[in-house]
Design a protein around this ligand. Structure first.
Ligand SMILES: Nc1ncnc2c1ncn2[C@@H]1O[C@H](COP(=O)(O)OP(=O)(O)OP(=O)(O)O)[C@@H](O)[C@H]1O
Length: 295
């Protein structure tokens, strides 16, 4: 379980923007923090952390991405939204090279994917899975694997150990460092994966539904972590269903529908699943509200 998976795939570049079919959504108030990627006068602007252009990809022989444009600027926080099955996870997997592109282009930090080697700059938290439940490793060992790109299989130095301790403390798991991950709850396991992504002090954090199944306290912990990472200039790409406590951090939202970009712009006013274009009513609803009450 390294912090990112770097298999081969395609390359070149293009411009990234909304598709012609993109639909505007009502915008919320702009984030009050410093504009992401702001550089000193006279300094050339940094390249986007991610520039995915007209990406086409298939999974299991089935077309899933059908021309996705996605840009994450330096220091920018982008939420990737959309109904179940719209292609969010496939898009982030394409960004880390785990799903190869059939067509289109990917650049990471201004470097075409085929030439990109700086994987230590990217921290990735996969969509929650129970598959890692049987791994016979301690919390510390799992988090330490996120440090592998830094010390390149050389000896683990004091600064590596300090980074692991800091990441564990950030997610509130330092006191569980020597415990086996197999004995953790789902939410604790998620915290460990987040620590593993943080430990390399990445310039880009990619998290696939980090809030799924996480209690309110843990959501707040994650929001605080992200605020700190964004504060030091880290770009963030988040797959979300609800903005929730992360709302004030989000600079831009990209909404997918059937493998295409349906919206790229300010986060929608209210991003419950109902606010999303193409929302599929797949979740249970409470009893219908009587007419005239809480319209
Ligand atoms: N391993 C796979 N084999 C075949 N089809 C797959 C596979 N993984 C994903 N798909 C299909 O690709 C499409 C997009 O899936 P993806 O996981 O990217 O959607 P998503 O937007 O992240 O959904 P969710 O919100 O449910 O996590 C879906 O129709 C899904 O069935």
């Amino acid at each position: 379980m390294s912090s990112v998976i770097p298999p081969p795939a395609p390359a070149p570049v293009g411009t990234a923007s909304t598709t012609p079919s993109a639909e505007p959504l009502p915008a919320r108030a702009t984030s009050p923090r410093t504009p992401p990627g702001a550089t000193a006068p006279g300094t050339p602007p940094a390249a986007p952390a991610v520039r995915l252009t007209d990406a086409v990809a298939s999974v299991g022989g089935r077309p899933v991405l059908r021309g996705v444009d996605l840009t994450v600027g330096p220091g920018e926080v982008v939420a990737l939204l959309g109904a179940n099955g719209s292609g969010k996870s496939t898009t982030v997997k394409a960004v880390i090279g785990a799903v190869p592109l059939d067509a289109g282009a990917l650049e990471l930090f201004g470097t075409p994917y085929g030439r990109f080697r700086s994987w230590r700059r990217i921290g990735y938290v996969p969509q929650r899975t129970t598959a890692a439940g049987g791994v016979p490793a301690t919390v510390r060992e799992v988090v330490s694997t996120g440090r592998l790109p830094q010390h390149r299989l050389g000896p683990f130095r004091r600064r590596d150990r300090s980074a692991v301790d800091r990441a564990l403390a950030a997610v509130g798991m330092l006191d569980r460092a020597e415990d086996g991950v197999a004995g953790l709850s789902g939410g604790q396991h998620q915290r460990v994966l987040i620590a593993r992504a943080l430990v390399g002090e990445p310039d880009l954090l990619i998290m696939d539904e980090p809030m799924a199944g996480v209690d309110v306290t843990s959501q707040q912990v994650l929001a605080d972590i992200l605020r700190r990472e964004v504060g030091r200039g880290c770009a963030v790409l988040l797959v979300l269903h609800e903005l929730g406590p992360l709302e004030s951090l989000i600079d831009r939202a990209v909404v997918l529908r059937d493998g295409c970009v349906a919206h790229d712009g300010p986060p929608p006013e209210s991003v419950g699943q109902h606010a999303l274009p193409g929302h599929d009513h797949v979740h249970p609803h409470a009893d219908p509200t009587p007419p005239g009450l809480l319209a």
